[in-house]
Design a protein around this ligand. Structure first.
Ligand SMILES: NC(=O)c1ccc[n+]([C@@H]2O[C@H](COP(=O)([O-])OP(=O)(O)OC[C@H]3O[C@@H](n4cnc5c(N)ncnc54)[C@H](OP(=O)(O)O)[C@@H]3O)[C@@H](O)[C@H]2O)c1
Length: 176
């Protein structure tokens, strides 16, 4: 597949690029920084130096890449500036969505679709399994633990015929 990763230079994006390249996908990765562009190049991705607020440049880059999938890993929390992060999500994300829509590979209706596995779980359930898979010690559970985590359903995507390739985080973590 041709995959466009917005925010490819971030903590999640960098690892994602490695996994996508390793799996044989053709990957484009964005950053605003020339130095990070060189890092992405070295990983085997085509670097795209663009600011998400530059809607025209972003649209041109996505159109040129003509990806099958666009992955959003942008965030602006490095300085713990929540207002900046909010702006990125409310003003930046729509630019990425518009750019992706110009080359849309999916004909799903507008809306929110959780692309997740079939087993929604609280953090208190999946974090220990994740730590075991990594060979890392599990963090202590705090008093609020039962209320944490964001178990979300993939029902809307399933109704459109989508199926996860890995049905549960249990088998997914074990495979990693
Ligand atoms: N890391 C975690 O522990 C964690 C936990 C929960 C959720 N998440 C979620 O995972 C996603 C990725 O987070 P992360 O931790 O990987 O973030 P990160 O390390 O802070 O990386 C942020 C990415 O966004 C890019 N970016 C920021 N502002 C931009 C702008 N105006 N235009 C273009 N690119 C911009 C950065 O590119 P530059 O190279 O240009 O700076 C970088 O690639 C986010 O949705 C975050 O909420 C992360």
């Amino acid at each position: 597949m041709r995959v466009f990763v917005a925010g490819a230079s971030g903590a999640v994006g960098r690892r994602l690029v490695d996994l996508l390249v390793e799996a044989g996908h053709t990957v484009w990765g964005t950053t605003r920084r020339p130095r990070a562009a060189r890092m992405l190049s070295a990983k085997g991705a085509a670097p795209v130096v663009v600011d998400v607020y530059d809607a025209d440049a972003l649209c041109a880059a996505v159109t040129q890449a003509a990806p099958d999938a666009v992955i959003h890993q942008l965030t602006d929390l490095a300085a713990m500036d929540f207002a900046a992060n909010g702006r990125l999500r409310t003003a930046g994300t729509p630019n990425l969505v518009a750019a992706a829509a110009a080359v849309a590979a999916l004909d799903w209706p507008a809306g929110t679709f959780n692309v997740v596995d079939d087993e929604p779980a609280q953090g208190t359930t999946w974090v220990p399994a994740y730590c075991r898979a990594l060979g890392a010690p599990a963090p202590p559970l705090d008093a609020d633990a039962p209320a944490t985590g964001r178990p979300i359903s993939n029902r809307a995507a399933r109704e459109l015929g989508w199926r996860p390739s890995i049905a549960s985080w249990r088998s997914g973590f074990a495979r990693q």
